[in-house]
Write a protein that binds this ligand. Structure first.
Ligand SMILES: Nc1ncnc2c1ncn2[C@@H]1O[C@H](COP(=O)(O)OP(=O)(O)OP(=O)(O)O)[C@@H](O)[C@H]1O
Ligand SMILES: [Mg+2]
Length: 298
């Protein structure tokens, strides 16, 4: 009886993995765009933005994988209403397959929890790192877009994700403190990499004019003092539906598709895919993203 139960469990587990892998087919020519979402100041709306953007991109037939790289409060699960049982660390420590570690959320968006395990990357043996690197290659070979949701601030772990990604989206609100912290983040990136692709989102604005003013302030300062060009990716309105959707543990783009925030996100998703041209010369496009993260983290 006991053995039969075990066998059934094993078969069910294998079936689940097979189902996931057929839904997430490897297409050899694919190499995902790696986009890191970050901010200078905390609590500006990165996680809500990332989760809803992922769904909007997925609606446009993009295969999207989110990596929750927030070491403090990993809460993309809450916003998307899924429960992650495993993290990246289970791949190396418990030999889990990356398809088992990955969760499937609304609209087929895949989620991988980095969890506090990321901090252990520093102590990993090269064998473990190789395991992780090949797991990540599996993902970037299958997905169109890898979205990394980081914590806020200039910590080493946040900066290693920011610098390893090809594109960075910085989220700020229109508040002066948030803009100053976004500027500090851009300055730090610029010191390491002059030509980083940096895009800006102004969140929680009351009017388009507020968004424009905030963007221009930051754009001018970056041009004048840092000689860095930033791209205006979009504005997101202050909207009470965000809070209501978080409470319902359903992304606002699903719960309130006609709200102002949902329309803002749809527009941003279109801009992100329409404006994208393959940049073949991007450094490291061929080398594994996670490999670069680990190297910078050390
Ligand atoms: N456009 C918006 N309108 C109204 N409320 C918003 C909006 N965007 C985010 N919020 C609210 O701001 C709070 C913080 O959002 P979120 O957790 O996404 O920020 P974060 O930048 O990921 O925070 P952290 O730095 O802690 O990771 C949430 O309570 C959310 O409801
Ligand atoms: Mg967050």
């Amino acid at each position: 009886m006991d053995q039969a139960t075990k066998l059934r469990d094993l078969i069910n587990k294998r079936r689940a993995t097979e189902e996931k892998s057929t839904a997430f087919k490897k297409i050899p020519a694919k190499k995902a765009r790696v986009i890191c979402v970050t901010s200078g100041k905390g609590g500006v709306g990165k996680t809500n933005f990332t989760a809803n953007l992922a769904i909007a991109l997925s609606k446009q037939d993009q295969q999207v994988v989110i990596v929750d790289a927030d070491l403090g409060l990993a809460n993309i699960d809450v916003v998307l209403g899924v429960m992650s049982k495993y993290t990246l660390l289970d791949i190396v420590k418990h030999r889990k397959n990356i398809l088992d570690v990955m969760n499937v959320g609304p609209q087929g968006v895949k989620i991988i929890s980095g969890g506090s395990g990321i901090i252990d990357l520093v102590d990993m043996s090269s064998e473990h790192i190789n395991t992780l690197v090949s797991s990540f290659d599996e993902i970037t070979d299958r997905a169109d877009i890898l979205l990394i949701d980081t914590g806020a601030g200039l910590s080493k772990s946040v900066m290693s994700f920011v610098l390893a990604a090809e594109e960075v989206i910085i989220v700020t609100t229109g508040e002066p403190t948030s803009i100053t912290d976004a500027y500090a983040m851009i300055k730090t990136i610029g010191l390491q990499e002059k030509n980083k692709d940096i895009k800006l989102i102004i969140n929680r604005i009351e009017s388009i004019n507020e968004g424009k003013a905030a963007f221009e302030k930051l754009e001018n300062a970056c041009k004048k003092f840092l000689n860095i060009k930033i791209e205006k990716l979009g504005f997101i309105m202050e909207d009470n539906n965000v809070r209501k959707a978080v409470n319902a543990q359903t992304p606002f783009i699903i719960q309130y598709p006609n709200s102002s925030v949902s329309r803002n996100i749809e527009l941003i998703a279109s801009k992100l895919t329409n404006n994208h041209q393959e940049k073949k010369d991007i450094i490291g496009k061929s080398s594994s993203f996670i490999y670069r993260v680990v190297n910078m983290f050390k």
